[in-house]
Ligand binder design. Structure first.
Ligand code: UD1
Length: 366
């Protein structure tokens, strides 16, 4: 029997880990010898940011919760490293599997590797080239010590090759976030605001903003909100507000016509809103993947992306963080001139199966 530590820490990790757990359970039911522990770092701890995802996506309760909670980047990194190291000093596993690019991803991979445990990185190899993003540092540090990379795109494979990673360490498997979307599509359900605001398919926008560059400065946040309110043709705009953004919104204390602030939504309700939206305006990376697969126009308020296939193949467009760029892009969308887009290779709902099959042979051989 070989055991894998599955690390989950913050909201975008949960939908990536859920299908891997399903595939590991199926493999065990078939008589396979892989087992796992779910380790929650506690980076996100609210019900809205964490608990609801475990329930909706059927993720088993964590075997261990490191309970790191809020803090600066260094406080969270250090807290997770110390707590995970303590767990490993009592009992190591055969592999540490991390997903995505959050602080928990980097912190656990460092702690594991220093105790000579191999690390697998799901969504390895993606790069924004933007060193002001904590996520870019997390990606590069994690990938510098990862043993096995499970990648979502050819671009990720190329980035890893350029960094000197050997071919036999890279496994192009597709996108586990899309596995979750494909599985949950039939279960998506409307949130309360759907009824309260009498929303209709194709007749509203969804907005999410949480990057420090957009939300930590009050004036930047205000300019973006004004541009959104002006450019959306009077259609309702639904804005599920991330806790980081909520602080500044409260300070701004500005109500805008058609802009509806709601609490962070669960997975099933959020993606229902996305599926029927006229368009999505966001600074998230993961959401650009979901809009690509759902074929919904996506306007990304960032100057770069680590997911270029959502632009070259999908429905995403980089608008930038300059609010003046938003109205002309929205005007194109309102005029029905947005590209249709396609689905990137292997984003087919079967990535986790490929990962588990690969892990079975890698761990059997190691
Ligand atoms: C983190 C990730 C980011 C991811 C995002 C999704 C890093 C570096 N960043 O950013 O990649 O896209 O999550 O949400 O790992 N808070 C709560 N409740 C919670 C969690 C956080 O109120 O359950 C508050 C914190 O106290 C803090 C703020 O939200 O004030 C930000 O949380 P934090 O974990 O520091 O980073 P995110 O901005 O959420």
């Amino acid at each position: 029997m070989r055991r894998i530590d599955l690390i989950a820490g913050a909201r975008p990790n949960f939908m990536k880990i859920a299908p891997i757990i399903d595939a590991l359970n199926e493999a065990a039911n078939r008589g396979g010898d892989l087992r796992y522990r779910v380790i929650h770092t506690g980076q996100h701890y609210d019900r809205a940011m964490s608990g609801s995802f475990f329930e909706e996506l059927g993720i088993p309760s964590p075997d261990i919760n490191l309970e790191v909670g809020s803090g600066t980047q260094a406080e969270q990194t250090a807290g997770i490293m110390v707590a995970y190291e303590n767990v490993l000093l009592k009992e190591k596993s055969d592999l540490c599997l991390v997903v995505g690019d959050v602080t928990s991803t980097m912190a656990c991979s460092i702690a594991a590797r220093k105790l000579e445990m191999p690390v697998a990185h799901v969504e390895g190899g993606i790069r924004s080239g933007d060193w002001t993003m904590p996520e870019e540092i997390n990606r590069v540090v994690t990938d510098s010590i990862t043993n096995w990379f499970f990648t979502t795109s050819e671009t990720a494979n190329e980035n890893l090759h350029r960094a000197g990673v050997a071919d036999e360490q890279i496994f192009f498997v597709g996108n586990t976030m899309i596995d979750t979307l494909v599985k949950q599509l039939p279960r998506l359900r409307p949130p309360a605001c759907w009824h309260e605001l009498k929303l209709e398919p194709g007749m509203y926008f969804v907005v999410t903003l949480h990057r420090p560059a957009n939300v930590d400065g009050e004036q930047q946040l205000l300019r973006l909100l004004q541009a959104i309110a002006q450019g959306t043709g009077g259609l309702p705009v639904i804005f599920p507000v991330h806790p980081r953004t909520a602080k500044n919104l409260r300070a701004l204390d500005r109500k805008m016509p058609h802009l509806n602030y709601v609490h962070p939504l669960g997975y099933l309700e959020f993606n229902y809103l996305v599926k029927y939206a006229k368009g999505v305006i966001t600074d998230s990376g993961g959401i650009t993947e979901e809009t690509t697969v759902l074929g919904i126009p996506c306007l990304t308020l960032r100057d770069n992306t680590e997911r270029p296939e959502t632009i070259t193949i999908g429905t995403n467009e980089l608008i930038g963080t300059d609010s003046s760029k938003l109205p002309p892009a929205l005007a194109r969308l309102m005029a029905g001139q947005w590209k249709k887009g396609g689905i990137p290779p292997l984003w087919d709902g079967k990535a986790a199966e490929r990962i588990v099959r690969t892990l079975e042979s890698l761990l059997a051989a190691s």
